[in-house]
Ligand binder design. Structure first.
Ligand SMILES: N[C@@H](CCC(=O)N[C@@H](CS)C(=O)NCC(=O)O)C(=O)O
Length: 229
């Protein structure tokens, strides 16, 4: 059975959705990043990047959420576009767009908006701008498509969903969806999927540390120790 090392953050949650959509049996193994469990040798032996998620599939170890989605799609032959140059080009382009654009810019936007100390106006402005720029591209793309790759629901939709759940929080604007009507239509369709609801139910399986206290900050933002030295 697949061992799924997870927490409830956007990148692990897209893998939870993928496992649920594919109907693969898996054992969820919590990694409490606010307790620093991502830095334990037992975990970095699976994911040298010390971030969630990772999976173990027998002897096979896979880390990085987007690599895991690709691995599982290739393993099961599910949720892929037609196996043609054009189909693969769309898959790789949009998956990397989510992996290298939507994810990192949204993540840094959360960090600077909600966590970083002042002064931070420059950084918040940069990451808020870039997060919105990526979301507007998605919104325009979805104006003429049901799913990210057209008529076929694929792992790109799963990858996007992980971060789409966070749009109001990332932007600091509870009305953010009003400015992204096509993206919101897609998101509403995602939320109706039974696999999405099963993935969200992971929240009830384990209680992760909620406090962002000094120990949690040290585990998550070790670079700050250099400022104190
Ligand atoms: N590119 C990686 C990023 C993973 C990542 O940043 N995970 C976050 C949770 S969404 C994490 O583990 N943070 C803990 C830390 O930074 O120490 C992926 O997509 O899997």
């Amino acid at each position: 059975m697949i061992r799924f090392h997870y927490n409830l953050a956007p990148n692990p949650m897209k893998v939870a959705l993928c496992l649920e959509e594919m109907g693969l049996p898996y054992e969820p193994v919590p990694v409490d990043t606010r307790k620093g469990e991502q830095h334990l040798p037992a975990f970095t032996a699976i994911n040298p990047n010390a971030k969630c998620p990772a999976i173990e599939d027998g002897d096979v170890k896979v880390f990085d959420s987007n690599a895991i989605l690709l691995y599982l799609a290739e393993k099961t032959g599910q949720f892929l576009p037609p196996d043609t140059p054009a189909g693969r080009a769309e898959l790789y382009s949009w998956l990397m767009f989510v992996a290298t654009g939507i994810g990192p810019y949204s993540g840094q936007c959360v960090h600077f908006r909600h966590v970083a100390p002042e002064p931070k106006e420059y950084a918040v402005n940069r990451y808020d701008y870039e997060a919105w720029r990526h979301w507007m591209i998605v919104d325009e793309h979805l104006a003429t498509r049901t799913w990210m790759l057209g008529d076929t629901y694929t792992i790109v939709d799963m990858a996007l969903w992980g971060w789409a759940r966070m749009v109001p929080y990332v932007s600091g604007n509870s009305d953010a969806w009003a400015q992204l009507p096509n993206f919101k239509r897609w998101f509403d369709a995602m939320q109706l999927r039974p696999a999405v609801q099963r993935a969200e139910a992971l929240k009830t399986r384990h209680t992760f540390k909620a406090e962002l206290d000094d120990a949690a900050r040290k585990a998550l933002y070790p670079q700050n120790e250099r400022l104190r030295a």
